[in-house]
Design a protein around this ligand. Structure first.
Ligand code: ADP
Length: 172
């Protein structure tokens, strides 16, 4: 029997301030993902530094300026941190979230359906890209991110969803 993969999702300040928490969580619930952790937090810059640079290596991938404006954007308000589990949940959630740049995110994805912004506009205006959600990029990143945002006591995998009857991912 295989066990479900876990992944971290952050519902970012722009999504919270636009009243999209429900829409976003509904999509994850409908596809059959199981919510095992959820909390609203307003983390420090150091916490985001660890998330986006120590784990996400963002400066080397996107440059110092993109990193700085992203940290400013993330500190515009609280985020809702979620842990979801399911069959190959990391790839599933990335597919549902869509491309980093909303301009490139296809319709049907969360970013493609609910946000619009381009890299060009963000660069010209020195702003972070408000793309609603963060989702772990791979299973190694997911494990590091979940450990960074949640303690073991804050994760609740002990209940069974109807979906798990069919996917058989629940630990017996
Ligand atoms: P993703 O969130 O899709 O995994 P990255 O890890 O590369 O993408 O970037 C983290 C976040 O930083 C993005 O989701 C976006 O909000 C922001 N970002 C990335 N690149 C830029 C950029 N060039 N300008 C402004 N913000 C950016």
């Amino acid at each position: 029997m295989t066990h479900g993969e876990k992944t971290l999702v952050l519902i970012k300040p722009d999504a919270i301030q636009r009243g999209l928490i429900g829409e976003i969580i509904t999509r994850f619930e409908k596809v059959g993902l199981k919510l095992v952790g959820a909390k609203m937090v307003e983390p420090s810059k150091d916490h985001y530094f660890h998330h986006y640079e120590n784990i996400g290596k963002m400066v080397s991938r996107r440059g110092q300026k993109a990193f700085d404006v992203t940290l400013d954007m993330m500190q515009m308000g609280p985020v809702l941190a979620l842990v979801l589990t399911g069959v190959e949940a990391v790839a599933l959630v990335r597919k549902m979230v869509g491309a980093t740049e909303p301009k490139s995110a296809v319709p049907g994805t969360i970013r493609g359906d609910y946000s619009h912004m381009s890299f060009g506009h963000a660069d010209a205006n020195d702003v972070g890209i408000p793309n609603l959600v963060h989702a772990s990029g791979d299973t190694t990143e997911a494990a590091a991110e979940i450990a960074h945002w949640f303690s073991e006591a804050e994760l609740f995998d002990g209940y069974e969803t109807v979906h798990e009857k069919f996917t058989q991912t629940r630990k017996k």
